[in-house]
Design a protein around this ligand. Structure first.
Ligand code: MG
Length: 297
């Protein structure tokens, strides 16, 4: 099996060109450079290699990149374009954690955000942490959630390009969130996803009373991936999953390409590929799409 090295920076600059040249000179058997975005993203074919050489390439790339704001991946050269995208919402497709923003609207963001952070780092059970945070928000008027959605929730850069380009090339796109359908429906529409899954908030007389059980957590995300892959007859190798939190790990592990996106350390350490600096269009470069093929649908 041959490989491809993908190098990407958040913005065009000399450092990428220099790194591309250094990588070609350093990695045994590196081929011709193909620029995916001028001065910003490039790929270089690499030959078939045993596991030890693959490990050496990774060590060499880590050394070359050092402290520079450049992401890289070494991927199998075959089968790069994925047919199913399954994406986490909070801190992945959007720049916020919904519950933290809701809490901010009623002045208790620090208490709620502290629990969110620990849950996303894998230090708390996801389901228990969700119930605890909802418990702090009981009685909240439904109208204030709508206000949060409208004023505080923003798509991360590259979200519309990622979803639009994959859809234009025939992929099925799913937004799956431990957050709430109240938000996933709107965010899925803004980013262009085919479908969305999330937890359901319960209201009585316009006031928050709880969250529907069973809670959609880590295993439910994995199950959603399996169900959707089966429903669309797509092999797991053709699935791209992306997320940032501990509750995304099971689906990242299962997908042919699992990407940790600006992720918690525990997640970045376990994923196939980690994007630390670039925006979501990095996931298109990983699949070999050039910038001039991007579309927002
Ligand atoms: Mg998240």
């Amino acid at each position: 099996m041959s490989y491809v090295l993908v190098l990407m920076a958040p913005a065009p600059g000399d450092d990428v060109a220099a790194l591309v040249e250094a990588a070609r000179a350093t990695l045994t058997g590196a081929g011709e450079v193909r620029w995916l975005a001028p001065g910003k993203a490039a790929e270089i074919p690499l030959p078939d290699a045993p596991a030890e050489r693959l490990a050496t390439w990774h060590e060499q790339m880590a050394e070359l990149i050092d402290e520079q704001s450049v992401d890289y991946a070494i991927l199998p050269a075959e089968n790069r374009r994925k047919r199913l995208l399954i994406a986490d919402m909070d801190s992945t497709i959007i720049g916020q954690e919904c519950l933290d923003e809701v809490a901010g609207a009623v002045g208790i963001k620090p208490q709620v955000a502290a629990i969110t952070e620990r849950a996303m780092r894998g230090e708390l059970n996801f389901e228990d942490a969700l119930r605890e945070r909802i418990g702090l928000l009981l009685g909240l008027p439904e109208a204030s959630l709508a206000d949060v959605l409208e004023t505080r929730i923003t798509l991360n850069p590259g979200a519309r390009e990622l979803v639009g380009t994959m859809r234009a090339n025939g992929a099925v796109t799913i937004l799956v969130s431990g957050g709430f359908t109240f938000f996933t429906g709107d965010v899925a529409g803004r980013a262009g996803f085919d479908t969305h899954r999330g937890n359901v908030l319960l209201f009585d007389d316009g006031k928050l009373t709880g969250v529907a059980e069973p809670i959609l957590g880590r295993e439910a995300k994995r199950e959603t991936l399996l169900q959707q892959a089966r429903a669309h007859n797509i092999p797991l190798d053709d699935v791209l999953a992306v997320g940032d939190g501990a509750n995304d790990l099971a689906m990242l592990e299962l997908a042919g390409l699992g990407v940790a996106y600006h992720a918690k350390p525990v997640v970045a350490a376990q994923a196939d590929t980690s994007i630390r600096h670039c925006d979501l269009t990095a996931l298109l470069y990983l699949q070999g799409y050039a910038q001039d093929a991007f579309t927002t649908g």
